[in-house]
Unconditional design. Structure first.
Length: 115
């Protein structure tokens, strides 16, 4: 059974940092490109960052220079390091494959940026 389980969200002040983790199971992790997505209240879900099987990365313009996606194939885990957080980053963050597969959206992890 394929599972993608996100963790690491929380409440942080503007300018702060968080590191999100996504643990994958039930797949050969090294075969898959992965992505972090987010959905803010009243908005569509959007791609935040993606990483290929070879480690190439790309980012949404809104997070370039602040967020870093990485993967540890030995741990079947993809990370999102988020620095210089802004209130506009408030959202539920999800990991999924890239491109995403509809049946594999997890619960996500809430990130709230507020003073």
């Amino acid at each position: 059974q394929v599972q993608l389980v996100e963790s690491g969200g929380g409440l942080v002040q503007p300018g702060g940092s968080l590191r999100l983790s996504c643990a994958a199971s039930g797949i050969i992790f090294t075969f898959y490109n992965m992505g972090w997505y987010r959905q803010a209240p009243g908005k569509q879900r959007e791609l935040v960052a993606a990483i290929t099987t070879g480690g190439s990365t790309n980012y949404a313009d809104s997070v370039k220079g602040r967020f870093t996606i990485s993967r540890d194939n030995a741990l079947n885990t993809v990370y999102l390091q988020m620095n210089s957080l802004k209130p506009d980053d408030t959202a539920v963050y999800y990991c999924n494959f890239r491109p995403p597969l509809s049946g594999y959206w997890g619960q996500g992890t809430q990130v709230t940026v507020s003073s």
